[in-house]
Design a protein around this ligand. Structure first.
Ligand SMILES: O=C(O)CCC(=O)C(=O)O
Ligand SMILES: [Fe+2]
Length: 331
């Protein structure tokens, strides 16, 4: 993929733009995406806001804000608000990447949010890694944390999955722990015609029982087979509302199931789709710098995390924005 044709017209001024002292330029060494430098999320001019809207459309849904410093909670929330309305973080509200524990089945979302706030927790922000969030001292964590996290789209097991996710690097190892991004609009555009015909009208059920690191989510029981997995079914090819583009929407491979097929047929079709969707030519691997925020459009990109050394530390903050109803591509 040529960076220039992916980003814009190829004119040098067009590729590197200064808007009220904010620099927007193609993400180095990537086939897509833009890097934004010199941005203050608490003080955004209308020109900057328009430039970000434009970059959202032109940069394949991947924007890297390089702040060169750690953000405050309210700064990450202000940046998130440029991309949409806050969505709850996974794993803390029943039904959103978490199964209610015994006696918790009737708790309202409001009651759960109030209890989280009481404990000083932010229901919209996930803080994860192998450090204590308050002291930043290294802490033991579950073994899957260090391995390779599979390709996925955030929270696609929901009926209305989030549109954007924002990941803020607070502490990253000097090697390992990179994040990969994979463009599913290009994957849909290049899908062999015969495969496209086979998936026309089909849906995939997106499992909620396991996280992308392979660990079981809070309160969940492993399904007997993908057919029994808990999660929502979505069209294999969706239309992104903002741009009208078609994108493959595979979610994650573990426990995925093409509804209505036998398990064997479903597995074979999914293997073919995944082999096509994750080709290196559609992907970019991001090496983090502390202080960066990667904003990615879940409707367009899948992401994964590379493994890291157990002796090292990594700590990220994450927010996400509410999405819109998933619309199937026309047959
Ligand atoms: O930490 C990363 O690089 C990716 C984590 C991830 O997949 C997520 O927070 O959704
Ligand atoms: Fe993720």
């Amino acid at each position: 993929m040529s960076r220039i044709s992916q980003y814009g017209s190829g004119d040098a001024r067009d590729r590197e733009r200064e808007v009220n002292e904010v620099m927007i330029r193609p993400l180095p060494d990537a086939g897509f995406g833009a890097e934004i430098v010199g941005f203050d999320p608490l003080n955004v001019s209308s020109g900057q806001r328009a430039a970000i809207e434009d970059a959202k459309r032109r940069c394949h849904g991947l924007l890297c804000f390089s702040f060169g410093r750690l953000l405050e909670d309210e700064e990450l929330h202000a940046l998130t608000a440029l991309f949409g309305e806050n969505e709850y973080a996974p794993g803390i509200i029943n039904g959103i990447g978490k199964q209610a524990g015994p006696g918790e089945e009737h708790l309202s979302v409001e009651a759960q949010v109030a209890a989280l706030r009481e404990r000083g927790e932010d229901p919209f922000m996930l803080k994860f890694g192998n450090v204590n969030p308050a002291t930043l001292e290294k802490e033991p964590t579950y073994p899957e944390f260090f391995g390779e996290w599979e390709w996925h789209t955030d929270m696609s097991y929901l009926e209305v999955p989030p549109a954007y996710s924002l990941l803020h690097a607070r502490d990253v190892p000097d090697e390992g722990g990179d994040t990969g991004f994979c463009d599913q609009v290009t994957a849909a555009r290049t899908l062999p015609r015969s495969l496209r015909q086979r998936v026309s009208g089909l849906q995939i059920k997106h499992d909620s029982t396991h996280g992308s690191d392979g660990s079981l989510r809070p309160g969940m029981v492993p399904p007997a087979s993908p057919i029994e997995a808990l999660g929502h079914a979505h069209p294999v090819i969706r239309v992104i509302p903002d741009t009208g583009q078609e994108a493959l929407f595979l979610g994650r491979r573990t426990n995925a199931y093409v509804t209505g097929l036998s398990l064997g047929e479903s597995e074979r079709l999914l293997d073919e789709l995944w082999a096509h969707a994750t080709q290196p030519r559609f992907c970019y691997r991001h090496r983090w710098e502390v202080g960066q925020v990667m904003v990615f459009d879940n409707r367009r990109l899948m992401h994964m995390r590379h493994p890291m050394d157990e002796r090292k530390t990594r700590f990220m903050w994450r927010t996400q924005t509410k999405g819109q109803a998933v619309r199937a591509a026309p047959a």
